[in-house]
Write a protein that binds this ligand. Structure first.
Ligand SMILES: NC(=O)c1ccc[n+]([C@@H]2O[C@H](COP(=O)([O-])OP(=O)(O)OC[C@H]3O[C@@H](n4cnc5c(N)ncnc54)[C@H](OP(=O)(O)O)[C@@H]3O)[C@@H](O)[C@H]2O)c1
Length: 249
C-alpha cells in the first residue's frame, strides 16, 4: 500500500536536489504534490516530466507575498495541505572578516524568514494529522570554518521546529526536521566558492564522515517520506540526522 495516498504535499525548492527527489518519491507514494521554485525555466523543464498529480508554482522562498500565493494556489487546486516540506535553501560561505551584510540578508531571507513565513501563511490550511518538515543541516550543530551565517540560519530553524512542534501539537500536526550532512546535489555549483575550494571542502568533509562519503538525495528523501508518513506518527519536535554519522559519532 502507498504511504501518502491522497495526501496533499507542498515542497519548496523542488526544481533540483533533495526537493525534486522527494517530490518524485511522494508522487510515487500517491501524494498530490505542489513543487515550487524561483526559476520559471526550471519549472517549465519539469512540466509533463513527472508521473502523477502535481502543480508547479513559481514562488521565491524569501517572499511573503509569494508564500501567500503558493498557499492560495495549492488550496484552489488540491484543497487543504497535509505535508509541508520547507526545503528551499542556499549555501554560501564567508569567514569572519569577509562577511558582507548582503550575504547575511540573502541567506537569512531564504533559509529562515522564508520557511517561517510559509508556515505562517499555511498553518490555517493544514489538516489535522499533518506533517511539517524543515531541511536543516549538520552545519547547525558543528563548527565548520566559513559557515557562521549558513550554520546559524539552520540552527535558527532547529529552534523554530521545537516551538512550532509545541504550538501545533494540539492540532495533531507534527513538526520535525531532517538534517543532512554533505549530500551530492547541484547546491555545490551554486555557492560563492571556487571549484578548487569546493574540491578541498569536499575532500576534507568526506574524510570526517564516518561512512566516508557524501550522501545521496534519495537517502534524504526516504527520511522525509518517513517523517511525512504515518510511520512517524509519534515523532514531533525532532531533528533526524542523515549525515553518515558526521555530527553523531
Ligand atoms: N547538499 C547538501 O550538502 C546539504 C546539506 C545540508 C543541508 N542542505 C539543505 O538542503 C536543502 C536543499 O538543498 P539541495 O542540496 O538539494 O540544493 P539544490 O539542488 O540547490 O536545491 C535547492 C532548491 O531550492 C531552490 N531555491 C533556492 N533559493 C530559492 C528561493 N529563494 N526561492 C525558491 N526556491 C529556491 C533551488 O532553486 P534554484 O536552482 O533556482 O536555485 C532548488 O530548487 C537546502 O535547504 C540546503 O540548505 C543541503
Amino acid at each position: 500500500m502507498k504511504k501518502l495516498e491522497n495526501k496533499v504535499a507542498v515542497i519548496t525548492g523542488a526544481t533540483s536536489g533533495m526537493g525534486l527527489e522527494t517530490a518524485k518519491l511522494f508522487l510515487a507514494q500517491g501524494a498530490k504534490v505542489v513543487l515550487t521554485g524561483r526559476s520559471q525555466e526550471k519549472l517549465d523543464a519539469l512540466n509533463g516530466q513527472l508521473e502523477g498529480d502535481y502543480l508547479l508554482v513559481k514562488a521565491d522562498a524569501a517572499s511573503i507575498s509569494d508564500s501567500k500565493k503558493l498557499v492560495n494556489q495549492t488550496v484552489e487546486k488540491f484543497g487543504k495541505i497535509d505535508i509541508l516540506f520547507l526545503n528551499a535553501g542556499i549555501f554560501k560561505a564567508a569567514p569572519a572578516g569577509m562577511i558582507e551584510e548582503s550575504l547575511f540578508d540573502e541567506i537569512y531571507n531564504i533559509n529562515v524568514k522564508g520557511p517561517l513565513f510559509t508556515v505562517n501563511e499555511a498553518v490555517s490550511q493544514l489538516n489535522p494529522g499533518g506533517s511539517v518538515i524543515f531541511n536543516t543541516s549538520v552545519s547547525g550543530v558543528k563548527g565548520m570554518p566559513g559557515v557562521s551565517v549558513y550554520g546559524s540560519s539552520k540552527a535558527a530553524i532547529r529552534s523554530i521546529v521545537r516551538t512550532l512542534a509545541a504550538e501545533l501539537a494540539p492540532q495533531n500536526i507534527r513538526v520535525n526536521a531532517v538534517s543532512p550532512g554533505p549530500i551530492e546535489t547541484p547546491i555545490w555549483s551554486k555557492t560563492n566558492l571556487t571549484e578548487e575550494q569546493i574540491g578541498g571542502f569536499s575532500e576534507g568533509v568526506s574524510a570526517q564522515v564516518p561512512l566516508g562519503r557524501f550522501g545521496k538525495e534519495v537517502e534524504v528523501a526516504n527520511t522525509v517520506l518517513f517523517l511525512a508518513s504515518n510511520d512517524a506518527s509519534y515523532i514531533t519536535g525532532a531533528e533526524v540526522p542523515v549525515d553518515g554519522g558526521l555530527a553523531q559519532v
